[in-house]
Design a protein around this ligand. Sequence first.
Ligand code: GDP
Ligand code: MN
Length: 361
Amino acid sequence: MKFLEYEAKKVFGEYGIPVPKSALIRSPDEVSACLDGFDSAVVLKAQVDVGGRGKAGGIVMAEKSDAVKAAEDLFSREIRGVPVSEVLVEERLAIAHEYYLSITIDRSGKHPVILFAEAGGVDIESAAEERPEAVRKALVSPLLNEVPQFLIRDLIRGAPVEIGGVINRLYHVFCDRDALLAEINPLVITPAGVYAADAKLIIDDNALRRQGISVNRDLTDREREAEKHGFSYVELDGDIGVIGNGAGLTMSTLDLIDYHGGSAANFLDVGGGAGRERVMHAVRLVAGMPSVKVIIVNLLGGITLCDEVAQGIIDAGVPQQVIVRLAGTNEEAGRRILAGRDYLMVASMEEAVRAGVEAVQ
Ligand code: GDP
Ligand code: MN
């Protein structure tokens, strides 16, 4: 789950990373009251979860005298289609230099990796593409709870030594908060020292409960519903709904759809031993996506019973055509239950996919 900038800065601040003085406002009327707390000019920052926020107009510099007008303007805007409902008012930093710092997981190496670049800021992506050598990288053993000094020295080289402390603190945030990404871009040098001018924190969804987060707000209503039932569920862009059991079988179904020129609307693995009710919920969930024109149910009966599956499909009673491929335990009973009704029963996955692709054409 992604934290917004102000939430991430709150966490970073708790770990001793210097962050600018700030106030969060939810309406332009609240600007005047918070201005007294700032000595200098301010920066108004839309709290929206979009990349390239600054370039899209989400960061506005203002003097105290024109801050109200600037806030009214910012609240009335949409940043890459996202309305602005919260704005972080911050003291403006006198930035002498912008660095890039992030910690993420190197999945193939199975350890955290720290990235540091001398030239951070809004153009970091193109800078990293043009000069990949400018981004320094350090792999940290997951057994360590401090970043070794030699790694820090190698990362920062000629950059101010205070950055070393920030790297270590960000690493503590990363480990303690079960993060997938902790990023400061830009990490800035000012006459008053080093500051995190921006902050990004993404928590591993699998660790939300441990982190005391009960609702994953990044999920759509349907994804939340799927989580409740324990389905592995991902929404995609196509129009063919897919329900399978086992990640392998479900993925193969998606691959085959793609191979035949179709486009899947989702991935849904109901898991092993799904009974009548579970299947009903799965079919209804997929049918609930407005984009779904046809649904392929591709289930292999092992501990899953095909007659239970058939009942579940009927219980769901969805308007879209359902193409069913059932094989394995109680297959015959399943077929009998569905026979004579409005379902297309097929014998193989290949057939199911062909029929699905044809149906949407
Ligand atoms: P992003 O576009 O979402 O990454 O927004 P950032 O918070 O990183 O801000 C974008 C850019 O605005 C930064 O790279 C800085 O150049 C500039 N900026 C942000 N805060 C300040 C500030 O306090 N003072 C100054 N001078 N520039 C700032
Ligand atoms: Mn940024």
